[in-house]
Design a binder for this molecule. Structure first.
Ligand code: MG
Ligand code: MG
Length: 266
């Protein structure tokens, strides 16, 4: 069942989204050669705690509970990488995914950064993944059903010569991080028939395309969490929490607009 949110609830989710955006500024400033992924995670945790926000990723159940505030996935790692002693080097791409709960409402966002200069084709992968997220948000203004957005997303990625990861999808978000509906970045006849949903005011979803340079297939590493490409080629991930309002889609994890600030009351 999809929960629709009132304008007031969406305003509260925006507060949470702003803190997630702020955490990404801290993380992004550290995504440079010589920094460990564990240092980035620690800085994000400190940022959340200093803003009275609850990190959402720590303790997520799995074979072992997820141990950190961020998923940090480097190069061929797609999602769910565990931060630690790995040192970033120039030419890496690092995907940072994090979320928090503030006042009982959740926000979730991911960004992939180039560390120093990366190969041109890798930069194109990042640009394509950021681009397909932007395209999806734009289409949410005019399309009535998610299947139409997802179809266009998959085509955009295909046209760039990359592949959409199908093993993981976006999700509804609200009081908890993962709610209905499931939000795939591709469309199948079965999805259109059985799982499609309307893009109506009050819908709040985390849209999160994961795009691989080569095969769409992923495998899980020995740590039980990290998902990597099966061919060792690079992957990218961008995510925003997006609400549909009467005025159209609003990105709740976007930078502060005029009059907004991170940590301010709604
Ligand atoms: Mg996320
Ligand atoms: Mg998510």
């Amino acid at each position: 069942m999809v929960n629709l949110r009132s304008a007031r609830e969406i305003a509260l989710m925006r507060r949470s989204g702003l803190v997630v955006w702020g955490a990404h500024q801290v993380a992004g400033s550290l995504a440079r050669p010589g920094v460990t992924t564990g240092e980035i995670d620690a800085a994000v945790e400190a940022f959340f705690l200093s803003h009275g926000a609850l990190p959402l990723f720590k303790g997520v159940p799995g074979k072992v509970p997820f141990p950190a505030c961020c998923c940090i996935s480097v190069n061929d790692e797609v999602v769910h990488g565990i931060p630690g002693s790995r040192v970033l080097v120039a030419g890496d791409v690092v995907s940072i995914d994090t979320g928090c709960s503030l006042g009982g409402w959740c926000g979730d966002s991911a960004v992939t950064h180039a560390v120093g200069e990366v190969e041109p084709r890798v930069q194109q992968l990042l640009d394509c993944t950021r681009g397909v997220l932007g395209l999806a948000i734009e289409l949410m203004a005019t399309r009535n059903r998610w299947s139409d957005v997802a179809t266009e997303m998959a085509k955009y990625v295909r046209d760039h010569g990359f592949s959409v990861v199908e093993h993981f999808v976006g999700h509804g978000i609200g009081r908890t991080m993962h709610e209905d509906p499931q939000v795939p970045n591709f469309c199948t006849p079965a999805f259109r028939r059985n799982h499609d949903f309307e893009l109506e005011p009050g819908l709040v979803i985390a849209v999160e395309p994961m795009v691989n340079m080569g095969s769409k297939k992923v495998r899980v590493l020995a740590d039980h969490w990290t998902q990597a490409t099966i061919d060792g080629l690079a992957s990218a991930h961008f995510e925003h929490t997006v609400a549909i309002t009467d005025g159209g889609p609003v990105v709740l994890t976007a930078p502060p607009a005029a009059g907004e600030s991170v940590g301010a009351k709604a």
